[in-house]
Structure formats: C-alpha cells, structure tokens
Design a protein around this ligand. Structure first.
Ligand code: EPZ
Length: 427
C-alpha cells in the first residue's frame, strides 16, 4: 500500500487548482442511466471512486468513454451512454467498496421500473442507513423488499407515480436518489426538508439540462414534474468545495498564502466564515479564493450541520488546523456518530484533543511532531496531511488509498506550492 511522506515546516505559497467535486460527480454519473442518449460530463475528477462508479455503470450496460480534458478544466471529459440496460443489479462486491453505488437505485427504478441494489453497509464514520432513500421511493409508489442483504425495488406497472415525502432528517444521498427517481415518474413528486447542498443543485441543473422539470432548486422543497423521457446533455461538474476548504486549512496551519483556483465563495460561505474566525485573510479573486495567514490560528467553535451550515466533511480538517491554535477550540459533530477517528492519530503527533461523545475540545500546542500515522477514512486522512505539513520532522501517512478516493493528485498540488511531500509506492 502506498505511503505519503511529509517533511513539515514549509509555508504553502502559490496557486492550487481545484478539481471537479467528488460528491457532485458521484450523483451526476448515475444520471446517464436515465436516458438512452449520451451524457457528457466535463471537469470529472480523476478519483478512485469516480473510476469505481464508471465500472458499476459498465456492469449495468452503460458505456463510458474518457475523452481527455479541456484546457479550462482540471478534470477529464467522460461520455456515458446507456443505450439499453443489460442489468438492473448493483452487486455486493461493488457496493461494499463504494457506498455511493446506492445512487443507482433511483435511476434504475425510473428507467427500468426495477432495481436490485446491495445494501451498502456501514463505514468508518457511521452505520450509514438508507431507510430515508427507501421511504422516499415508496412515497413515489415503489414497492421495496429487503432480502439477503439486497434492496429489491419495483415500480408497479413499470413507472413510479407522483407523491410527496417530507424527510425527517436532511439526507444528501436520499434526496439525490429521490430526485433521480422522480424525473421520469408519471406525476408530480414533492420533496420537503430536502438537502440543499451545492452538489444537489449541480444534480438538478444537470437533470434540467437533460429535459427534467424541477422547481425549487437550491431550496428545501423540490417539486419534480415527471416527464416521459430525458435526452442527453453536456454538463460541467462543479468545483470541489471540500477539496478547496481542505487546502485552505493547510494554508492557515502553515501560515501560507494560496489561491484556490476555481473555488466558488458562494458555495462555501460557512467554511470561509470559519477561516475568518480563525484569523485568516479570505478574499475572492477573479479566478477563485485567496487564503492567507500569519501567526497562530485563533480558536474556533464549530458545530457541523446540513448545508448551508458548517460541513461535516470539513470537521477533521479544521480540527487539524486548530491543533496549533492560540487557545481552545470546540467541535460538535452532529451528522455522523463516529467521525473523530482522526483524533487518536493526531494525538500521536502531540495534539491535545479531548473527545466526549459528539464534542471535541482541541487545546492548541506549541508544536506538532511528525510521526507514522494511519488513515482511517477520507477526511480523517486529509487532517493527518494538514497536521504533517506543519509538524516538526517527518510524518508518514499510511493507507493513502483513503485519500485517493477524494483528493486528485494531492501531492502534486501541494508540491507545486512548496510542500515537502512525496508518495512512496509500495509496489
Ligand atoms: C453525503 O453522504 C456525502 N457523500 C458525505 O461525504 C457527506 O458527509 C454527507 O453527504 C453529509 O453531507 C456523498 O455525497 C457521496 P446523508 P450521505 O444521507 O448522503 C443519516 C465525504 O467525505 N441518514 O446526508 O450518505 C446518516 O446516518 C463523504 O465526501 C439516515 O439516517 O449522507 C447521517 O447521520 C463522507 N438514513 C445523516 O443522515 C438515510 O437513509 C446525513 O447523511 C440516510 C442518511
């Protein structure tokens, strides 16, 4: 397994190109199943999860062709086409490796009137149930059965009907599955308390480009008037606001000055507010967002929440930044029940963090000491990289396959702004 080795102490200075958003790409790719015409996605990030999703689409009979990239994009262009579906089954061996596979459930049900998808199971950060996905689909007429670890869903008569569902808990994935199921329904579907993440706006905008009728995009109430068919489209994946926020934390902890090229301030306002609370200079530029810092970060008090609140996907990265802060920072993780896996690893580097249930208190220390550490999940891995960039000595991050799921060419991007970082391939 590859390892990333960092010799800390370099201030990050320069421009970091931000890739297409992983969490947008993973909900845009299954849209190809909704039509027999080609869907071309630009600015698609080179990530393990994106490759994995392409493999799943192929298993269902959807061709995927990579067409290089355009100068104005950092990512690749991929055209996916499901002329006919050869399968409506997403098998366990694929779903268990990539839980976002569950996002083929809604599109398969909409296109083929049936779907059999392995239950994704839990992961490091929580048990990740999919009950809300299923309840929303049932509200649109789906008949759902759970058998031998699989969800078997059928649309009676081959087509979902209109309906209304109010989410008791905001769920990004359940909102995405429900929207993708509803666009071909034989009626109007209404989703209340829907997730409002920018990635869902991206999904809705892509579906509208394919001919869907969706009102309330960006709000917590989505009204989808089903149509008989969708057509192909070309759509550019939005910039990754979590990648951008991650590199912003790296800039702050190293007292650097970076421009996050392609980042959109209006998609990450809570993150930018937290950076300013930490004392960073944050300003929009004509090509992105500049983040600069001198001195130690000020303490922050952050509680994760659904968008537009402070993103749970940014919690570990801000915690790493706070470890060298001038005081005590307080974090509350309200979304996932086990999202402090980075804490014991950060402690190995000399951080002072106390976790009590959903809350963590981080007391700033004078310095961190590089150490061998273990990545446990995607964002926890990034917190270890951020700490390593500021630590004295060498930090070796193991199990970097976690990072490769969500950060495209991470060491290249960091080397380009002065980090002393390299990947050691384990063959
Ligand atoms: C998406 O996961 C993201 N993944 C996650 O990013 C992100 O952390 C999360 O949204 C929250 O923003 C992708 O987009 C691929 P949820 P998702 O459904 O959809 C509970 C990363 O690091 N819930 O919004 O799985 C759930 O347990 C990843 O990029 C149910 O109870 O998250 C959680 O407590 C990690 N029943 C809360 O809702 C359900 O049916 C929010 O989960 C679904 C969810």
């Amino acid at each position: 397994m590859d390892q990333i080795v960092i010799r800390g102490g370099q201030r990050l200075k320069g421009r970091i190109p931000i890739s297409g958003a992983k969490n947008a790409a993973l909900t845009l790719l299954p849209c190809a199943l909704l039509t027999d015409e080609p869907l071309t996605l630009r600015n698609l990030p080179r990530l393990a999860d994106v490759d994995g999703f392409g493999h799943l689409l192929n298993q269902l009979g959807c061709s995927t062709t990579i067409e290089g990239s355009r100068p104005e994009d950092f990512g690749r262009v991929m055209t996916a086409r499901a002329t006919t579906l050869t399968s409506t089954v997403a098998p366990y061996d694929i779903v268990r490796k990539m839980r976002a596979s569950i996002l083929v459930l809604g599109p398969l049900l909409a296109r083929a009137g049936e779907a059999t998808v392995s239950l994704p199971g839990g992961c490091a950060i929580g048990n990740r149930p999919i009950d809300l996905h299923l309840k929303a689909l049932e509200a649109f007429g789906a008949e759902i059965e759970l058998a031998s670890g699989y969800v078997k869903a059928v649309a009676p008569g081959g087509r979902l009907k209109g309906g209304k569902y109010t989410f008791p808990v905001v769920s990004v994935g359940a909102t995405e599955n429900a929207v993708m199921a509803a666009v071909l329904a034989g009626g109007t579907c209404v989703l209340e308390n829907a997730a409002r993440e920018p990635e869902i706006v991206d999904l809705c905008n892509c579906l509208v480009a394919m001919g869907a009728h969706i009102d309330g995009i960006g709000t917590e109430t989505l009204t989808i008037e089903g149509v008989d068919r969708l057509h192909g489209a070309t759509y550019r994946v939005m910039a990754d606001r979590i990648e951008a926020g991650s590199y912003a934390c790296a800039a702050v902890i190293t007292e650097g000055d970076v421009e996050l090229v392609g980042a959109k301030a209006d998609e990450m306002e809570a993150t930018l507010a937290a950076l300013r609370e930490a004392g960073a200079t944050v300003e929009e530029t004509k090509s992105g967002i500049r983040v600069a810092m001198s001195g130690r970060a000020q303490p922050v008090t952050l509680s994760t929440a659904p968008y537009p609140g402070f993103a749970t996907d940014m919690q570990a990265q801000f915690m790493a930044m706070a470890t060298l802060g001038a005081g005590a920072s307080l974090f509350t993780e309200t979304i996932f029940e086990n999202r402090y896996m980075h804490v014991p690893e950060l402690a190995r580097m000399g951080c002072d963090i106390q976790v009590k249930g959903r809350t963590a208190i981080v007391r700033g220390v004078d310095h961190l000491v590089g150490a061998p550490v273990m990545a446990t999940d995607l964002r926890a891995s990034m917190s270890l990289i951020i700490a390593g960039l500021a630590a004295q000595g060498t930090t070796e991050v193991n199990r970097v396959y976690h990072l490769d799921r969500g950060y495209e060419r991470l060491e290249e991007k960091l080397q380009a702004v002065g980090a002393d970082i390299e990947r050691i391939s384990a063959g």
